[in-house]
Design a protein around this ligand. Structure first.
Ligand SMILES: NC(=O)c1ccc[n+]([C@@H]2O[C@H](COP(=O)([O-])OP(=O)(O)OC[C@H]3O[C@@H](n4cnc5c(N)ncnc54)[C@H](OP(=O)(O)O)[C@@H]3O)[C@@H](O)[C@H]2O)c1
Length: 332
């Protein structure tokens, strides 16, 4: 079968290889993948900017496919079902944070960018019925991260003012869609005018370009106080959020693409009773809750584009360029 792996030759980076079909261990099932989706993590690994990279590992954390074989008879009911895969491996027993053994599918274990994958049966969930394989493939990593940030840590309630920064990103886009479905007043930032326009068309109340000087002042005048910010940019702009918050506001961040903030107004933070909360992925229960929420709310994730597996490397290039609105999907 074909698989996209991280090469051991640092110049080559990614390589399409022919490898044997996975053999099944105790409790595993074999899935023929139908669609997979990219995350920034895959590109970070390609750029050697991720911890514990193991060469010759198949990349990919997101996938939707059909169960073709099971190891245990007890899992026969999965045969022929279209499923998506929970990318958590060994989250552990503490619902708030992951165990020391925690891993994400697709490094250091073989991931979804292959024609077939073997995973534990307890990682499977039925594909939400209202979604195509391509739409469902966008959910696992990004949906889980967005769900924890918006609801578990963000505590978003209907009618609250929320800012989703960098709305063009894969996780941010799902956070945006979740916040809209939760009936919050949703504002966005983006480095692209076109992406802000698209977010406004999709239901955002207002938006600003974080590349413009004073973006935060203009947006703040309009909003008059945020209850929640969901961010993955970090960097200099992170400090700007603090001046935009209502009392007892929450800033939840799951990434720091722009590096560390240069200042942090601690005076304002304590006086306004503000919270800053880091967030990573989510536990298995949150994965189920996220899928239930998507199904009940009929959320259809934005797919930027779908391309064939043979062209998957071009999707990595697109992710690096950052022009996408929604997820980059590959049809297998
Ligand atoms: N902790 C976790 O569990 C977890 C999970 C998933 C991802 N992450 C991290 O979160 C980040 C985003 O991941 P992703 O997969 O969503 O990546 P992505 O699809 O490549 O999105 C990155 C987005 O960041 C936005 N951005 C760039 N500069 C920004 C700035 N100065 N301020 C605000 N936003 C900015 C861009 O939004 P515009 O295009 O709208 O300008 C871009 O689309 C990455 O750093 C990733 O490693 C962490």
């Amino acid at each position: 079968m074909k698989a996209l792996q991280i090469a051991d030759d640092p110049k080559e980076k990614l390589k399409m290889v022919e490898m044997p079909m996975p053999s099944l261990s105790e409790g595993e099932v074999l899935i023929k993948l139908k669609a997979v989706a990219l995350n920034r993590r895959d590109q970070w690994i390609r750029e050697d900017k991720y911890p514990n990279i193991k060469p010759n590992t198949t990349l990919g954390s997101d996938g939707c496919g059909v169960v073709e074989k099971v190891q245990n008879e007890a899992d026969n009911h999965w045969l022929g079902k279209t499923v998506i895969i929970n990318p958590n491996i060994d989250w552990g027993t503490n619902s708030i944070s992951q165990s020391p053994h925690y891993q994400i599918l697709g490094m250091p274990t073989h991931g979804t960018f292959a024609e077939y994958i073997a995973v534990k049966a307890d990682r499977l969930h039925l594909k939400p019925a209202h979604l195509t394989d391509e739409q469902a493939a966008t959910l696992p990593l990004g949906g889980l991260t967005a769900y924890r940030a918006v609801f578990t840590f963000g505590g978003l309630q209907a009618g609250e003012n929320v800012l989703i920064s960098g709305v063009g990103g894969g996780v941010a886009m799902l956070a945006f869609q979740f916040a809209l479905a939760a009936k919050a007043n949703v504002y966005v930032t983006s480095g692209s005018k076109e992406k802000i326009e698209k977010a406004l068309q999709a239901g955002a109340i207002g938006g600003a370009n974080y590349k413009e000087v004073n973006w935060n002042k203009e947006l703040h005048e309009k909003i008059k106080g945020l209850n929640l910010v969901v961010d993955s940019g970090g960097g200099k702009g992170f400090s700007d959020f603090i001046r935009m918050m209502k009392q007892a506001g929450r800033i939840v961040f799951y990434g720091a693409t722009q590096g560390l903030p240069t200042t942090l107004d601690l005076y304002r933070m304590f006086f306004y009773q503000l919270r800053i909360q880091g967030s990573t992925m989510g536990n298995d229960q949150e994965f189920s809750q996220m899928l239930d929420f998507v199904s009940k709310q009929n959320i259809v994730p934005f797919v930027d584009s779908v391309r064939p597996f043979a062209n998957i490397i071009s999707a990595f290039d697109d992710m690096k360029a950052g022009n996408q609105f929604g997820k980059l999907v590959v049809s297998m």
